[in-house]
Design a protein around this ligand. Structure first.
Ligand SMILES: [Zn+2]
Length: 442
């Protein structure tokens, strides 16, 4: 049975992955909150990214820059002048639209796509997508700051600091995870496009001329990252930006696309940004940002290859890719085949029945496991129903204490995907769960 966005939204609410923000007040458009399971999934995705980008590469280091930056940053980056959408208003129903999303025939006669009135649309005005706020107690010109629309600029303005303090040599990368904000006119499709979102970006500084090779390397590594994350390879593809799609700063750009229920859409962008960013910051700040290469005695402004992914979009991708409804003999089961590396709860522990000392043994196992893993103890209801609840939460393993446990100190481990159960000695249960999680995380 095909997965739909509605099914994902419903599961997310039911099981506590993702809620509408400010729900009790009727919600706020395109803002979402991560619940108990969602925050675990999200943190695990971020940690998986951080480990494979920073820990796995000697020449990639981390950074956590502030959301608020000097206003000149956004002039240098081109966001003040160019980060805008053309908007038109309907004079009758007061609705606002992106001009480039209106049917050209309707636009011709200035017909409103909502109320249908002709000659109702205003001329297009440029609407900047940056959220503006003011800094300090007085709201006046000069105290205006922006909520960053991308995390990348925090990396560019720290490139010199990192270089001078970390003993890195070109080529090297700076990785960062953080919030960004865009006042999108048409957000939507759940957490696919939101106004507040989190980015996982890495900027790789290379010698001009080495940029093509670095670009190819990161393209392949980033696609491989998604399959390591457990995403099905058939649902991933590259999309190369044509000349008309390329951003003003980019020499080449590839999207890694995913086959969502709403069609193939961008999951991550890999861009060759050339020396555009550093040359602009050099110009606007008046600081020398060139690099001196000892070996060749050459001085140059580095090129940048960027890998830019969204945390929220990756979480959505994990959920969509993992979702399955299976028809069993007597019932339907909904299961999330999440990779154990990112699954919120790693194991659930059940006493088969609430007597004969089984709960006590199960609680003891839980106590031991929870020092290293997020585990869940559940003694409520029929064991079949408890398995179903964990299937929906994506929990890879369920450990059950039964009457045989009382005789020989073994328990069963049930695999979420195969639903098969095996007996293991209670003593080595933690090592067994850790071993399985590690095996399947690679
Ligand atoms: Zn209208």
């Amino acid at each position: 049975m095909a997965v739909t966005m509605e099914k994902i939204v419903s599961l997310c609410k039911r099981r506590g992955f993702i809620f509408q923000s400010s729900d009790i007040y009727g919600g706020i458009n395109a803002c979402y909150d991560y619940g108990p399971l969602g925050v675990e999934l999200k943190n695990n995705v971020k940690s998986f990214w951080w480990r494979s980008m920073v820990y796995a590469h000697e020449n990639v280091v981390g950074l956590d820059a502030a959301i608020l930056m000097h206003p000149r940053v956004w002039e240098a980056s081109g966001h003040v002048a160019g980060f805008s959408d053309p908007l038109v208003d309907c004079k009758v129903c007061k609705q606002r639209f992106r001009e480039d999303e209106i049917d050209p025939e309707k636009l011709q006669v200035k017909q409103c796509p909502k109320c249908g009135n002709k000659n109702a649309l205003t001329d297009a005005r440029q609407f900047n997508l940056m959220f503006k706020t003011s800094m300090g107690p007085v709201e006046e010109k000069g105290s205006e700051v922006y909520l960053r629309p991308e995390t990348a600029q925090g990396i560019y303005v720290n490139y010199r600091n990192v270089l001078d303090s970390s003993r890195q040599k070109i080529p090297f990368g700076i990785a960062q995870i953080g919030k960004a904000f865009r006042n999108e006119i048409t957000p939507g499709n759940f957490i696919f496009r939101t106004r507040e979102f989190e980015q996982m970006e890495m900027q790789y500084f290379v010698k001009p001329g080495d940029d093509l090779e670095a670009f190819e390397m990161w393209k392949e590594r980033r696609k491989a990252w998604y399959t390591a994350l457990g995403i099905k390879a058939d649902n991933l593809r590259f999309h190369e930006h044509g000349k008309d799609e390329l951003a003003h700063y980019a020499k080449a750009a590839f999207d890694i696309e995913y086959n969502y229920p709403i069609g193939w859409k961008e999951l991550e962008g890999v861009h060759n940004r050339t020396d555009f960013d550093l040359s602009r910051h050099q110009e606007y700040s008046g600081k020398d940002l060139t690099y001196f290469e000892e070996a060749t005695r050459e001085r140059f402004l580095p090129y940048i290859v960027e890998t830019s992914a969204g945390v929220d979009r990756t979480v959505l991708t994990c959920l969509v890719d993992a979702y399955e409804e299976q028809q069993l003999d007597s019932e339907m089961r909904t299961v999330l085949h999440l990779s154990p590396a990112v699954a919120p709860v790693k194991a659930a522990v059940f006493p088969l029945v609430k007597k004969d000392g089984m709960p006590e043994i199960a609680l003891k196992i839980t106590e031991d496991l929870k020092k290293d893993l997020l585990v869940f103890y559940d003694a409520g209801g029929a064991v079949g129903r408890r398995y179903r609840r964990q299937d929906e939460a994506g929990t890879p393993y369920c450990i059950t204490v039964d009457s045989q446990t009382l005789e020989d100190e073994t328990v069963t481990i049930r695999d979420r995907d195969t639903m098969e159960q095996e007996r293991f000695p209670m003593k080595g249960i933690k090592q067994e769960i850790m071993r399985r999680i590690q095996n399947r995380s690679q």
